[in-house]
Design a protein around this ligand. Structure first.
Ligand SMILES: [Zn+2]
Length: 117
């Protein structure tokens, strides 16, 4: 089980995503994991201020939505760090992981709790 990539993606999203309607920043509580396909993860983001719903598709090596230099740099740093761990990350996010996280989200009080394994 490897939450490292997903953790990096979520942290990158929190660090970089701003609501395009009202410019509000988001927290982990505003993110839902919709699912994964291959190396990509679909995240639903609901603005805490104006409640606008966004879907963010995040991929290893590329973020399609809300591309900024900061986003890409953040993700590159995440990937570099993952590679340093010498773990296989090609198939790191499995559907079962997503289901596990959905379950764990019901029980934990912060995103740090979620990834503390
Ligand atoms: Zn908003």
């Amino acid at each position: 089980m490897n939450y490292i990539i997903l953790k990096g993606i979520i942290e990158s999203t929190i660090a970089n995503f701003k609501c395009k309607d009202c410019n509000s920043w988001i927290t982990e509580w505003n993110i839902n994991i919709l699912g994964s396909a291959g190396n990509s993860v679909n995240l639903e983001v609901i603005c805490p201020n104006c409640k606008t719903q966004w879907v963010v598709k995040a991929e290893i090596g590329l973020i399609n939505n809300a591309v900024t230099p900061e986003t890409l740099m953040n993700l590159k740093n995440t990937i570099a760090w993952i590679q340093n761990t010498k773990q296989s990350w090609i198939d790191a996010i499995k559907d079962t992981d997503i289901l596990d996280i959905r379950e764990n989200l019901k029980n934990c009080s912060s995103i740090e709790d979620l990834f503390k394994v």
